[in-house]
Design a protein around this ligand. Structure first.
Ligand code: IMP
Ligand code: MG
Length: 178
């Protein structure tokens, strides 16, 4: 798979160090709150598992799976819930774990959906953010790294379901898309 990469943006050590910093920050902010960490499948799963292993406070985990319509490299923001969370988030502190915020439309939808269940709070933690791609006003509480408006893969992020298991994040060679 490495031969398919044009460039590595964040290597394994860089990712692990940043995840450790985020875990420390979130552990401090949520001390005594027993938060529910909701992973957005499938992209958030690698980040989430690394993050929670480095967190030092009690927490619960849950998973939300969405399917978005249309093209796999663009988001329409029109999503359907494929697998809902199992736990009751009423009066709970929820932290949503996303791989990347692109247009922000998916996250906007999730945020509104969660608020209907009256949690004590909802915060968003995304490994990557593409600020130039936002199409909606969005507040991301914890961000790993900012990236430009380009398509990235690895560490949970896929292209046509491939490359999620790379331990680093990079950009694919042009010819891979053709
Ligand atoms: P949004 O609704 O445009 O913010 O889309 C967010 C979702 O699109 C992410 O959770 C990813 O699954 C996917 N996505 C957006 N940008 C990329 C990328 O550069 N690589 C891989 N997946 C991406
Ligand atoms: Mg995703």
């Amino acid at each position: 798979m490495k031969a398919d990469m044009a460039k590595i943006l964040f290597d394994e050590i860089t990712l692990q160090n940043r995840v450790e910093q985020l875990a420390a920050e979130i552990s401090r902010d949520y001390a005594g709150k027993n938060p529910v960490i909701v992973c957005i499948l499938k992209g958030g799963v690698i980040f989430m598992t690394d993050l929670i292993k480095k967190m030092t406070i009690p927490l619960e985990i849950d998973f939300l799976s969405l399917s978005s319509y249309g093209d796999s490299t663009k988001s329409s923001g029109v999503v359907r819930i494929k697998k809902d969370i199992d736990c009751d988030i009423l009066n709970r502190h929820v932290i949503i774990i996303e791989d990347i915020i692109d247009s922000g439309l998916t996250l906007n939808y999730i945020n509104e959906y969660f608020k209907q269940h009256k949690p004590a709070s909802v915060k968003i933690c995304a490994l990557l953010d593409k600020p130039e791609a936002h199409k909606t006003e969005i507040k991301i509480d914890y961000v790993g790294f900012e990236v430009g408006n380009e398509f990235v893969v690895g560490y949970g992020l896929d292209y046509a379901q491939k490359y999620r298991n790379l331990p680093y994040i990079g950009i694919l060679k042009e010819e891979i898309y053709n």
